[in-house]
Design a protein around this ligand. Structure first.
Ligand code: FAD
Length: 407
């Protein structure tokens, strides 16, 4: 097995690291707080300028095929590139690869009509507009999407949408939402009852109630939304009626592994900061680096990051060779394993830094928030463990021929 990073990826990674130093980290240090606003510009001017540079250099929408306006990197290469982007929370935005736009662009590309692509995908990929994905509802468990209550009732050539959503990330200032709504309640299979529908945010009846404050942040990054008799043309539906979950799987699978790749970069940066600081900080007769427990944390963190990297690479390889559907188990595995790794590594880095670790002057406090959220969004840990365990147990069920002979 060859663990060498492919030659072409090596060069790209080096250049991208340089780009991060010149254009991305300084934006972080400028501490320009980005509060999303309804009707406001999609991006602040400083981010716009860095995006322009990223486009010129071809560091734009790495995940999307070239025909769709991206750089068309295979997953195996994207792991390395995305790990670098993950080092800064701003980098995916600067390089046109941030959630939820990346996931929405992927499904528009795969399932959108020519008209939908022209109207929504092209400006989205260009970075002219932003979008959001509106599925989770406060009244029912988001982990079990068969419970979703938002309805889209057909009335002639239109759908009339009614419902209540929350945690619709990026809704303030977005041009459109992709909404998961019940269109076919009569169907026996609950997974074939829902459709994804594009709702422009200026549609009458689309009402943002508030930005949901999260772990002390009230920057409007997650919105609570009411859909009140929101009328959109039937042609705004993505794919066939009732195919919402099928499309969601296509969206969430690759989306989850995108997150995992970035968590590697975030954890790696926290790890490097922790090692540097441990070598400098002096207490009780020696640097922190000389204390046995700190050495233990550093060794454990290295092992966890490397293990998560290898599992992520394996999932990427499987997506590249067999497709996202075949890699479902691997994707679930890395989703909970990667989130836990990030949480553990950042927690130790924060501890090594003491008070400075929780101070917003450093990126660590932001990473810590991200690490906690990572264990919930795109499916909580427990749901992904359930998916993995069920599949494994199936293979060992008495009627299975692949269960092996041991008891
Ligand atoms: C930062 C952030 C951004 C988000 N962005 C979006 C977005 O853009 N669009 C969107 O639609 N949604 C978004 N979400 C919502 C997210 O997808 C849901 O929070 C998630 O699916 C879980 O749903 P829930 O919050 O309703 O928790 P519930 O489903 O109510 O689950 C609560 C808890 O129950 C436990 N649990 C659930 N199922 C099981 C099980 N089978 N076995 C054991 N325990 C279980 C878990 O511990 C879980 O944390 C976001 C969430 C966060 C935190």
């Amino acid at each position: 097995m060859d663990f060498t990073v492919p030659q072409e990826t090596q060069a790209l990674c080096r250049q991208l690291e340089q780009f991060m130093e010149e254009y991305v980290y300084p934006l972080e240090r400028s501490r320009e707080r980005w509060v999303l606003q309804e009707g406001g510009p999609p991006y602040p001017p400083a981010i716009r300028a860095a995006q322009q540079k990223a486009k010129e250099l071809g560091y734009w929408a790495f995940y999307l095929p070239k025909e769709a306006g991206g750089a068309g990197l295979p997953f195996m290469q994207y792991v390395f590139v995305n790990e670098i982007l993950g080092r800064s929370p701003i980098a995916p935005v600067v390089c046109g690869s941030q959630a939820p736009d990346s996931g929405n662009a992927e499904i528009l590309w795969r399932f959108g009509t020519a008209e939908q692509k022209e109207r929504w995908l092209r400006p989205l990929v260009e970075g002219e507009i932003r979008s959001c994905f509106s599925m989770t509802e406060p009244e029912v468990a988001g982990s079990d999407p068969r419970l979703l209550r938002t309805t889209a009732v057909r009335d002639g050539d239109e759908y009339v949408i009614n419902g209540h959503k929350w945690f619709t990330s990026g809704a303030h200032g977005a041009a459109f939402a992709i909404v998961m709504a019940l269109t076919n309640p009569e169907r026996e299979n609950p997974y074939l009852r829902y459709s994804m529908i594009i709702v422009p945010t200026d549609t009458p009846g689309f009402r943002i109630a508030r930005g949901v404050p999260v772990l002390g942040d009230d920057d409007n990054h997650h919105a609570e939304i009411w859909y009140e008799n929101c009328r959109v043309p039937v042609t705004n539906r993505l794919g066939e009626e009732g195919m919402g979950f099928v499309i969601a799987q296509e969206r969430l699978g690759p989306g989850r592994i995108h997150h995992c790749m970035r968590w590697l970069g975030m954890a790696q940066r926290a790890f490097e900061m922790m090692c540097r600081y441990a070598n400098q900080r002096f207490a009780f007769g020696s640097t922190l680096a000389r204390k046995a427990n700190i050495q233990d944390w550093i060794a454990e963190a290295r092992a966890e990051i490397q293990a998560a990297r290898l599992v992520t690479l394996h999932a990427a390889w499987k997506i590249d060779t067999e497709g996202a559907h075949a890699a479902r188990e691997e994707i679930s595995l890395i989703k909970f394993f990667g989130a836990r790794m990030l949480h553990n590594v950042v927690d130790k880095a924060v501890q090594v830094f003491g008070a400075a670790g929780v101070c917003d002057d450093l990126p660590l406090s932001h990473f810590y928030r991200q690490a906690r959220l990572a264990r919930i969004y795109d499916g909580p840990d427990e749901v992904h463990k359930m998916v993995v365990a069920r599949r494994i147990l199936q293979a060992y069920a008495p009627e299975s021929s692949t269960g092996g002979g041991d008891t």
